[in-house]
Design a protein around this ligand. Structure first.
Ligand code: HEM
Length: 470
């Protein structure tokens, strides 16, 4: 209409290419639902992006969604135009039951305060983290040695036990006790939330407590019990955990619940997803595991535990992790909204190379998996998992490889996550002779289960043969 045209004129840029839809986008909603249920969502978005110069708009039930995997646009959103975009209030609403008022949906000064506090606890690795990680790794490895147990599940429990002890002061010990109700409630809510997020504004009107009343109740009970215990524990003044620090500062119960949930989600899920994909790929590539083992034997041996300094020497293991973050980006997508009408550098004009107008109210969704699988700007055999490629190749720009974000909203847990992943593989090399995917382990080819993270669609079954120690 005329008013909209005026806005484009003012911005000096045209609208993005709009992918045709009928009846308020119902056909797109349907295709989206089908692709989600078939674990093919990101493949569906990749096809649309490849066919439309990598930036396009879809209109869903009256809401606008700008989809892009152009590195220039991602750079703008994360860095050069950081102040022009925000986490949407819809997102806050959608994740309320899971995230409470956690950092992920905060903006402005509120976000700055929270991230400063979180960074203090998350953006470093302490010596004591190694002892705690080792304790739970041992428990995890005992389960991994059973070929009938899903490796994804073991790794998820391992990360849960580690981060709850390090950041919340008390481990869930899910590897040695039964914590299934909480974990499956969380999975249910995450599935619902990622769907609601993709729906844009209409997703706000769906409610978790209607769709999954039991799961919502279970999470709340769990968090309450966790907070009760934290308050009754005598918080230590010397180097307190994140949760104990909140209690020492006299923060209310709500803050404690938010911190626990942030840690469980941000601190566990992407690490689990990356580790599980790396384990799966390693189990399919025996030569890679052999090289990793040789590296560990050369730099550490098998008779002592790895230290921080040792981990820095494991270049090949680092490449295994980097390559996994490239091929199996654990977040897959990310979202922001413009705070007012704005332009992004690319997606306008007939070839999509000119700036594009993005009107207030649009949900900007940028695809990180599809970015890192772009044949035209990526690397040869872009979708093939080949850790050794990092010995001779690096992305031509940091905006073509974005596992942890760049710019102000970079992940504060990057160093901690890398330590967890490197430690896991270093110890795996020390404790196991070989890891091979079982022939009856379902193929994950072309499938990703989107639950806020890019989880595996099916369980992972591998024969992990322990080293015989004499
Ligand atoms: C492989 C592991 C990990 C990956 C790939 C990863 C990646 C990311 C990314 C891409 C973001 C930005 C999200 C956004 O823009 O909305 C993020 C945010 C965050 N991450 Fe991580 N992360 C990992 C592990 C961790 C760990 C272990 C912790 C904590 C110990 C952590 C804590 C956080 C927090 C608190 C945020 C929110 C930052 C904010 O909103 O400003 N992450 N992470």
């Amino acid at each position: 209409d005329g008013a909209e045209k005026q806005r484009y004129v003012k911005l000096g840029a045209g609208p993005p290419k709009i992918v045709a839809s009928n009846t308020y986008g119902l056909n797109i909603v349907l295709t989206m639902l089908v692709s989600l249920s078939k674990h093919r969502f990101w493949h569906w978005t990749k096809k649309m992006l490849d066919e439309n110069n990598h930036t396009l708009e879809v209109q869903l039930l009256g809401a606008r969604m700008l989809l892009t995997d152009d590195p220039e646009n991602i750079k703008a959103v994360q860095d050069t135009q950081f102040a022009e975009v925000a986490k949407s209030k819809f997102q806050h609403e959608i994740f309320k039951h899971i995230l409470g008022d956690a950092v992920f949906s905060m903006n402005g000064d509120e976000w700055k305060g929270e991230i400063t506090f979180l960074k203090h606890h998350m953006s470093r690795v302490r010596d004591s983290d190694f002892d705690i990680t080792e304790h739970h790794t041992k428990n995890g490895f005992q389960l991994l040695a059973h070929p009938e147990i899903d490796a994804f599940d073991v790794i998820d429990r391992l990360q849960l036990d580690v981060v709850t002890q390090i950041f919340c002061g008390e481990s869930t010990n899910s590897l040695t006790s039964n914590q299934q109700p909480f974990r499956s409630a969380m999975d249910t809510l995450l599935r619902i939330a990622s769907f609601r997020q993709l729906m844009g504004a209409p997703g706000v009107y769906l409610r978790d407590d209607w769709l999954a009343p039991r799961a919502t109740r279970e999470i709340d009970n769990y968090l309450n019990a966790f907070a009760d215990k934290a308050y009754s524990r005598k918080a230590e003044g010397h180097s307190p955990t994140l949760v104990d620090d909140l209690i020492l500062k006299g923060k209310p119960r709500g803050n404690v619940k938010n911190a626990v949930i942030s840690t469980l989600l941000a601190g566990k899920d992407p690490t689990t997803t990356t580790l599980a994909w790396a384990y799966y790929e390693t189990a399919r590539h025996p030569a890679v595991f052999k090289r990793m083992k040789a590296e560990v034997e050369e730099h550490i041996g098998v008779d002592r535990l790895p230290t921080q300094k040792d981990l820095h020497k494991l270049k090949f293991i680092r490449n295994v992790i980097k390559e996994t973050l490239r091929v199996h980006h654990p977040l897959g997508f990310n979202a922001r909204v413009p705070v007012k009408d704005m332009t992004l550098p690319r997606g306008g004009g007939p070839d999509g190379k000119s700036p594009v107008a993005v009107l207030e109210g649009t949900q900007i969704i940028y695809g990180l998996l599809s970015l890192q699988h772009r044949e035209d700007i990526g690397v040869e055999d872009v979708s093939v998992w080949k850790p050794e490629r990092w010995e001779t190749w690096k992305p031509s720009s940091q905006w073509e490889y974005v596992p942890f974000n760049h710019g102000p909203r970079i992940c504060p847990g990057q160093q901690f996550a890398n330590m967890q992943m490197e430690y896991f593989f270093a110890r795996l090399c020390q404790e196991f002779e070989s890891i091979t995917l079982r022939p009856d382990s379902p193929s994950q080819e072309g499938k990703v289960r989107l639950e806020l993270n890019t989880k595996m669609a099916y369980p992972v079954y591998a024969n992990a043969v322990p080293r015989v120690r004499t």
